[in-house]
Write a protein that binds this ligand. Structure first.
Ligand code: AMP
Length: 309
């Protein structure tokens, strides 16, 4: 009896024994490579077989938001690589690098279900051998919104993403609107440095109550988790007011800030309405805009945004 029919029989019998369990795991998990050479070899084989390559860079601890990016990449390319690298250089000294969740086994099943073909999960030493000094800066875009609150963050992001692009050499890279400034900066980097990859930005995936999915949501206490959807409600309300004809950007910004500050246990970092393309301050609603916020609930920093219109 072949593996597939043994598996079918075990599933039908409803009593997966030790062997069939092992088979199920084998079938379900996306393969993981940890070295640059292995990653390049796997991608080269896929390209040689005529596949186009999609890429979803992440820090792991994957959720449905990441799965949507993987499905989206898989719909357009034949072979999809997901990196799950908790990149030390994009964390500030007082941020959560050490406690950031690392969940490789569940990441593997989520990736398999979403159609990923390979996970690249390097160690920091693999990505940053001794005496690595080159960095990528995208000035202007890294100075606003998240920039002042997270000095050095975007330098870390751009440097690691360019390195990952050079390792994977994808045709298409998919990012989430949830981290809109990051996506915008990567698009600028790709354009300015002539990186041969198409950057796609996909919509934010939310919990049923509106909270943007995030690996950091698991840090929230039950009370904070109950309060957190008010962030999206505040953004949605501002969007409605703008669509309803309110044209005073400053007034909308203050209303947004007040709504966010009123969330129990919340501390506002920033609430801005900006040009959706340049991320600069927006004098009036004469072009696509973004309402973008960062809020602390306890020590957990959550970001979210909505497009207007
Ligand atoms: P990270 O969660 O920092 O590992 O982000 C990896 C990629 O997933 C980035 O492009 C994020 O913008 C994207 N992402 C994270 N959360 C969501 C979400 N809720 N919806 C859509 N994309 C997301």
């Amino acid at each position: 009896m072949g593996q597939a029919s043994r598996l079918a029989e075990a599933c039908q019998a409803g009593r997966p024994g030790t062997t069939s369990k092992a088979i199920v795991r084998e079938v379900r998990l996306t393969p993981v490579v940890t070295t640059i050479v292995e990653c390049r070899t796997a991608v080269a084989a896929a390209k040689k077989a005529g596949q186009t390559v999609g890429f979803v860079p992440t820090m792991g601890a994957l959720h449905e938001g990441h799965a949507a990016l993987v499905r989206s990449a898989k719909a357009k390319t034949g072979y999809v690589v997901v990196s799950t690298f908790v990149n030390p250089t994009q964390f500030g000294p007082n941020e959560d690098f050490h406690r950031y969740p690392r969940t490789l086994e569940s990441d593997r099943s989520l990736c398999a279900a979403a159609g990923a073909d390979l996970i690249f999960a390097p160690t920091p030493a693999e990505m940053y051998p001794e005496f690595s000094v080159a960095v990528v800066d995208v000035p202007k875009f890294d100075e606003k919104l998240e920039g002042p609150s997270r000095p050095g963050h975007f330098r870390g992001v751009c440097t690691v993403v360019l390195k990952l692009f050079n390792i994977v050499i994808p045709d298409l890279a998919v990012f989430g609107q949830k981290d809109v400034q990051q996506a915008r900066i990567i698009r600028q980097m790709v354009r300015d440095l002539n990186v041969p990859v198409t950057v796609q930005i996909d919509p934010t995936v939310r919990e049923p109550d509106g909270l943007a999915m995030s690996s950091r949501n698991r840090y929230l206490s039950p009370e904070q988790r109950t309060a957190a959807p008010a962030i999206y409600r505040a953004l949605a309300a501002i969007r409605e007011r703008a669509l309803g004809g309110e044209i005073d950007v400053a007034r909308l910004e203050s209303a947004l800030a007040a709504d966010l500050a009123a969330i129990p246990g919340a501390r506002l970092d920033y609430a801005r309405i900006v040009d959706a393309d340049t991320l600069d301050a927006l004098p009036r609603f004469d072009r696509p805009a973004l309402a973008v916020v960062a809020v602390f609930l306890g020590s957990t920093r959550l970001i979210d945004n909505v497009l207007i219109p």
